[in-house]
Design a protein around this ligand. Structure first.
Ligand code: PHE
Length: 455
């Protein structure tokens, strides 16, 4: 029998799991959607979803992960004494494969921007020129593919080292660095004249701007940003000893994730307003508006470099977790097979990601359902595969495993009360599945139709 690897320290696990959570979701998507979708009102809804839906599911993955002490696929069959449940893990592994293949594309863009700064080619442009430059950068087939490869290689170098010496060690360095850089950036951005407008834009609630679309986005975002529904958190918890306090770890991870998302907004919007730029640029905000913001500041490019580095760290620690679960399931946690498996899987992911990478350039015209390959993959993962996985996990944990066993697992390492546990259990059993079904109705275009019925 192969021996499961274990985290070396309690904080190592929390930082690695927070590293998985904090990524493009918190730093890239959250600020631009929050800003345009009602500011503080969106934030409140996101917080509510995170607590009511994200927290029970995160605890659910933690409990069965530590209970099963196995890889993300076999855990299900083992706990249910029936292999047919392994399909839930398979969905997660497949989802992470697809996810990393286009996540690495964005990781590559970050690397290209870092190189652009280092070569001095990013300073002194106008906002329009920054927009153009972004278009040029992401449509260059050779550079983007090479950068995507570099991102993958960094990821593989770390993950091939294993759980303790790879993921845990890297997270212990990168996560505190990320927090520190963020704090410096936020102080810088809040000290700009006119910064308060940006803070208001991000934090003052405007319920009139909430739409059914932004509410549903907040819901999906609550799952995506906590890496839920794909058995990543389950796998990370399978490397835990019974002494770890699961509820406390879950709360720390959730708090860190929220704090970083807000800090990202606070690093971005004050500058956007202070320099009279447009806050509603959407997904390109970070790449085409932010350079202009930083360019206006003294030593701006140094600060922007810091921002990109922390963005890169955040993306990398998320990427580690995506590939880790594939490696864990392929090797069945046999550490002798880890190195080879990591490289083979990584190269496959890179190859599958190439069309996504090219869909901003030579393959821009290849579209299905009015979506480019990149957008289609993103849609399949965020709107279909992840919610589907989350639905099955919620059902599995709350209907397949006995409530007493779950409570017993949770109590090991913590002195959690039965009432708190029961609330989470209830949410997982009824509310999470209902919420996910609403997401599906939306993906099927049925939500507008239903809203219509009630009007
Ligand atoms: N949570 C990561 C982010 O916000 C994305 C992710 C999803 C990572 C699923 C792993 C698994 O960027």
């Amino acid at each position: 029998m192969s021996q499961q690897e274990q985290w070396k320290s309690k904080i190592g696990f929390v930082l690695a799991a927070a590293g998985s959570a904090i990524g493009l979701g918190a730093i890239w998507k959250f600020p631009y959607v929050a800003g345009t979708g009602g500011g503080g009102a969106f934030l409140l809804i996101f917080l509510a979803f995170t607590l009511v839906l994200g927290m029970p599911l995160l605890l659910g993955e933690f409990m069965i992960g530590r209970m099963g002490q196995s890889d993300p696929i076999q855990t299900y069959g083992k706990l249910a004494s029936n292999k047919k449940w392994n399909f839930i893990g398979k969905i997660g592994v497949f989802t992470c494969f697809v996810l990393l293949s286009f996540y690495s594309v964005v990781g590559g863009w970050i690397i290209l921007y870092i190189m652009k700064i280092l070569s001095g080619g990013l300073a002194g442009l106008t906002q329009n020129q920054y927009g153009q430059l972004f278009g040029e950068i992401i449509s260059n087939p050779y550079a983007t593919i090479a950068a995507q490869l570099v991102f993958m290689i960094i990821t593989l170098l770390v993950v091939a080292q294993g759980v303790q010496k790879g993921i845990e060690l890297a997270s212990k360095v990168m996560m505190p660095a990320l927090l520190l850089l963020f704090i410096i950036l936020v102080i810088r951005s809040l000290s700009l004249d006119g910064a308060i407008e940006g803070v208001k834009f991000l934090l003052v609630p405007d319920f009139s701007k909430l739409t059914s679309e932004s509410i549903l986005f907040a819901l999906r975002q609550a799952f995506f940003t906590l890496s839920l529904g794909v058995s990543v958190m389950l796998t990370y918890a399978s490397y835990l000893p019974k002494t770890q306090n699961l509820p406390q770890s879950a709360i720390s991870i959730i708090l860190l994730n929220i704090v970083i998302a807000i800090l990202a907004g606070l690093a971005i919007f004050p500058g956007v307003f202070a320099f009279g730029l447009k806050p509603n640029a959407g997904p390109v905000l970070i790449f085409s508006v932010l350079p202009a913001v930083f360019d206006h500041m003294p030593f701006g490019m140094i600060f922007f470099l810091a921002f990109l580095l922390l963005f890169l760290f955040a993306a990398l620690t998320s990427a580690f977790s995506m590939i880790e679960i594939i490696v864990a399931s392929v090797t069945k946690n046999d550490s002798r097979k880890r190195k080879k498996a990591t490289w083979v899987i990584g190269i496959l992911i890179f190859i599958v990601g190439i069309p996504a990478c090219l869909s901003y350039g030579v393959l821009a015209d290849v579209q299905l359902f009015h979506k480019t390959i990149f957008d289609l993959m993103d849609y399949a993962v965020s709107n279909i595969l992840m919610p589907l996985g989350a639905l099955f996990i919620a059902i599995f944990v709350s209907w397949k495993i006995s409530k007493q066993d779950l409570f017993a697992e949770l109590k090991q390492g913590s002195n959690i009360g039965y009432v708190f546990f029961s609330i989470c259990y209830f949410l997982l059993k009824y509310i999470v599945p209902i919420a996910i079904i609403v997401v599906f109705l939306d993906a099927a275009g049925l939500s507008d139709w239903i809203l219509h019925l009630f009007k």
